[in-house]
Design a protein around this ligand. Sequence first.
Ligand code: PGA
Length: 249
Amino acid sequence: MRTKMVAGNWKMNKTLQEGVALATELKEAVKNPSCAVVIGTPFIHLASVAELLKGSPIKVAAENCADKEKGAYTGEVSAAMVKSTGAEYVILGHSERRAYYHEDYAILREKVLLALENGLKPIFCIGEVKEEREAGKQNEVVKAQLEGSVFNLSAEEWKNITLAYEPVWAIGTGLTATPEQAQEMHAYLRSLVAEKYGKEAADNTTILYGGSCNEKNAAELFANPDVDGGLIGGAALVAEKFLAIIAAR
Ligand code: PGA
């Protein structure tokens, strides 16, 4: 049985003090969740939040890591450095990284490999923009994203990958994908994984939905057989909302 998961993506929000306060609130409320719970925080929060969540079922994710191992890359944070904070996951391939920081297939391929080499589990994001959906090209877009950056992995490495389908037109817009659209795409993604790594690997792959998933629509989205949980942006910044989404899973 694959892991069900609710993961938060705080993006560039919360000072360190605000982040620690939110993580503390979540820790107090999440004792025995029925799914895996992960919070993705800015780099500067990782060590403090991982430390305070010791003994809690909540795990910590970085929102990025460098595509280089170490050295003279001013301002970058390596996968080894992320791992040393106590974080277990790293969100990679988010559409904001692709669009604003020019992360292409090759860069993401390096990031995924370095994350895995350093014992981090990637939450790998894929998804089409509005024009691509309108042109009916969403399937070919996500297939190219997988082939470009993660289908080079071995079957053994694949076991550490979580996928997040995040249609770009749904992120932060309030235009959530319908449960039917999410299910259709997740089933397609699972079929691609099955073609590449076999049916068992596909059945064991966790595929999250992200894009204006909130406390009101989460249950309906999660009710679909191929939607294993959510990657939550805005609604992960408010404890009450994030907790309601966890409860919906
Ligand atoms: P959103 O963001 O929930 O605010 O739409 C999701 C994401 O970008 O991961």
